[in-house]
Ligand binder design. Structure first.
Ligand code: SF4
Length: 79
């Protein structure tokens, strides 16, 4: 544990550095996965095997399958 007003020990310093390096790596991996999914959709490639229901990007997706699903849902809502 870090002591108030005292210089951290080597172990505390290494633990802190490791913590932030791990957090940074997790953020980088999450960001790259998000960017890859976004790029695939922009290229017209479905990221969820064509299963729009429950797809995390359904609302933003402009692929033909998603547009068709949205049209069906709109028709069903109108009835
Ligand atoms: S919303 Fe549908 S078409 Fe778009 S990525 Fe998801 S599953 Fe594929």
């Amino acid at each position: 544990m870090e002591h108030c007003g005292q210089t951290p020990t080597r172990r505390e310093l290494l633990t802190g550095v490791l913590r932030y390096v791990t957090l940074g790596a997790l953020g980088a991996v999450g960001g790259s996965v998000f960017a890859k999914r976004r790029r695939l959709v922009q290229e017209g490639i479905c990221i969820n095997h064509g299963i729009c229901r429950g797809c995390e990007i359904f609302k933003q997706c402009g692929l033909p399958l998603a547009l068709s699903e949205k049209q069906v849902l709109t028709i069903m809502d109108d009835e």
